[in-house]
Design a protein around this ligand. Structure first.
Ligand code: HEM
Length: 502
């Protein structure tokens, strides 16, 4: 009898004991988790938070605050909790986790209705990002159509066109940014929809570009509404907001026509551009009856995304490159020596030259570091309560990586203000430290890093093979302090170009 009782009761006691222990551990864990501190940070004015102190250069203000509050701190913009990170290891640790991969839902992103890649999240973002990632890689490595329509040939066409346009500016002061902007827009137009400023559709493409450019300015004006929705009712913000909506309707109309035309002329055996590749995949998933997010609306927003992500950033990077090369003639000469040695006089630069030109590659990285055109990355959103670097980070916190602060940290880079490509060289070979992160890191890292590297390399080598760049005679040295809106751009400057060999 006794043994029967023992056999029946003992397992229940064991089970109870187990429950009790699990309960104790869970309680202890919960206590530790909720007792972890929130990140430190500056005081907040009721309702406005830190908004009145943001200043002209928010990334610089934030870099100063990190000296006081450390590499993870928080502040409020309106009612939004912003967690600023200025340590590349902590950014890596955060951005590799799905919980940190959301995007803030703001007044401006609402206009996009959750479409596209840059401001979407969840399953739609995962599927569409993975598609774009694959296609960019295929075009980038010439794996589509035997390289016929690959990025390299499309960029080279635009380099030739750019150099032709430069001829009329030889030996006179030249404002080079508009020429760069057209060339880079042509590259994006060509890889995305096979449209450039030379096509018969020139007028509508020109209109698209001016809408995009205006869009960047309008977003800067309307930005405060992202943090304090009430700002939307301020006349200037409201005007900008309404104009953004109207311009978006117009660009979407333009892209819709492009999609219709592409569908009519589609040849699956000759994929011309990203638009074609999308339509082919869209038709495939439809035929397979798979649940997916491929749609014309989504394609149109991806076009908007790639134009906005790829035009301004690369134009500004090239703009900075030319400024630094002008200010550092020794760097210019070193690149030209490499060009003469590896490429020679008879042919134009190719991407296959890049691995043999470490100094040129190092210069491109130094331009990306020194300019950090996207100074604060793109805000992420935490999808749940979580922990980072010993701090409690509540759900719906916006996470801002201060890429500028990392790239200008004197503990990581000796004399960070100085432009010195040798930082990226060790024993004559490329050395990229893991705290060099101009394209951010992790699940939402930029999809255009390879395309950018290809563009900057081909444009710069094409330019320096033919020309010397200098500050125009009798003009002051241009400033290396930029102006930050959507990206950080150099203040307008003139360059004086002369043929290298006459
Ligand atoms: C100098 C050039 C560029 C820089 C410095 C740059 C930088 C960045 C940064 C910092 C982000 C935010 C990543 C994050 O949220 O953590 C980003 C996102 C993105 N970039 Fe770029 N970018 C450049 C060029 C391009 C180009 C040429 C393309 C065209 C394909 C592109 C496409 C994208 C896309 C699609 C995203 C959104 C990724 C996502 O949210 O999943 N970028 N970029």
């Amino acid at each position: 009898m006794d043994s029967l009782v023992l056999t029946l009761v003992l397992p229940s006691i064991r089970l109870l004991l187990l429950f009790f222990i699990v309960f104790l551990i869970a309680r202890l864990w919960f206590k530790v988790e909720t007792q972890l501190p929130l990140p430190p940070g500056p005081f907040s004015i009721p309702f406005l938070g830190f908004l009145p102190f943001v200043g002209q250069d928010f990334h610089i203000t934030l870099a100063h605050l990190s000296k006081r509050y450390g590499s993870v701190y928080q502040l409020f913009l309106g009612r939004n909790r912003i967690v600023v990170i200025s340590d590349s290891n902590i950014i890596r640790e955060a951005f590799r986790q799905p919980i940190f991969s959301g995007r803030p839902d703001t007044e401006l992103t609402k206009i996009l209705q959750g479409l596209g890649i840059v401001f979407s999240d969840g399953d739609l973002w995962k599927e569409q990002r993975s598609f774009l990632h694959g296609v960019l890689r295929q075009f980038g490595t010439n794996k589509l159509m035997n390289g016929r329509n690959g990025f390299e040939s499309k960029i080279k066409e635009q380099v030739t066109e750019f150099l032709n346009n430069l001829q009329s500016f030889e030996e006179k002061p030249c404002r080079i940014r508009p020429l760069l902007a057209s060339a880079v827009s042509n590259v994006v137009g060509s890889v995305l929809i096979s449209s450039t400023l030379k096509n018969e559709e020139k007028k509508s493409f020109e209109r698209l570009l001016s809408l995009m450019e205006e869009g960047f300015k309008l977003v800067t004006i309307a930005m405060p509404a992202n943090f304090l929705p009430l700002f939307r009712y301020m006349p200037c913000v409201n005007r900008a907001y309404q104009k953004i909506k109207a311009n978006r309707a117009e660009t979407c109309g333009y892209f819709k026509k492009i999609v219709t035309d592409h569908r009519k002329t589609l040849d699956p055996f000759n994929i011309r551009d990203i638009c074609d590749a999308y339509i082919v995949q869209q038709e495939k998933v439809q035929k397979d009856g798979k649940k997916s997010y491929f749609s014309d609306e989504q394609l149109i927003q991806i076009m908007n995304d790639v134009f906005s992500a790829g035009m301004e950033t690369v134009t500004s990077t090239l703009d900075w490159a030319i400024l630094f090369l002008m200010l550092y003639p020794k760097v210019q000469r070193n690149i030209q020596e490499e060009i003469d040695m590896v490429i020679g006089e008879q042919r134009e630069p190719s991407l296959s030259d890049l691995p043999k030109m470490p100094y040129t590659e190092a210069t491109i990285y130094e331009v990306l570091r020194r300019s950090t055109v996207i100074a604060l990355g793109n805000a992420h959103l935490t999808l749940n309560d979580t922990i980072l670097a010993g701090y409690r980070i509540p759900k719906n916190s916006q996470i801002l990586p201060n890429l500028y602060a990392i790239h200008m940290d004197p503990k990581l880079w000796k004399d960070p203000e100085l432009f010195d490509p040798n930082r990226f060289l060790r024993d004559g070979k490329i050395f990229k430290p893991n705290y060099f992160i101009p394209f951010s890191v992790g699940r939402r890292m930029c999809l255009g890093d390879t395309l950018t590297r290809m563009e900057v390399f081909l444009f710069l080598t094409g330019l320096l093979k033919k020309y010397n760049l200098q500050v125009p005679p009798n003009e002051e040295m241009p400033s290396t302090k930029g102006t930050t809106a959507v990206s950080t751009v150099p203040k307008p400057y003139n360059v004086y170009i002369t043929l290298r060999r006459v």
